[in-house]
Ligand binder design. Structure first.
Ligand SMILES: [Zn+2]
Length: 113
């Protein structure tokens, strides 16, 4: 297995976990919230429930970090002035984000930062 494919698997693992977190954020609407979606539904309107908004904002921030790290890992080439430090640091960041999911059955110890 190449280093790039290992990074791809780590990135895919984190992306799926973050998507799950985003979906699960909808479970935390206040009682009586008229906007709360049913299981598997996407909210159609915004509401004032603080917890889903906070959780969703957190997921979106981590998704931005993941996308940035993925770009840094993928663009690494011999002409990249950050090479090899840029991609290495980017993977360390992805591993740090992934650590939150260490209890997931698909977690791999080799991803531990
Ligand atoms: Zn709500």
């Amino acid at each position: 297995m190449t280093a790039e494919s290992k990074s791809d698997e780590l990135i895919a693992f984190v992306a799926v976990r973050l998507a799950e977190d985003e979906s699960q954020a909808q479970l935390f609407h206040e009682l009586g919230c008229a906007v709360a979606p049913g299981p598997g539904e996407v909210p159609r309107r915004r509401c004032h429930c603080p917890t889903p908004a906070w959780l969703t904002a957190r997921v979106h921030a981590l998704q931005r970090v993941l996308r940035d790290c993925e770009k840094r890992i993928r663009r690494a080439g011999p002409e990249d002035p950050d090479r090899p430090l840029g991609p290495t640091l980017a993977e360390v960041h992805v591993r740090a984000v992934a650590l939150r999911f260490e209890e997931h059955p698909q977690w791999r110890e080799e991803w531990r930062p």
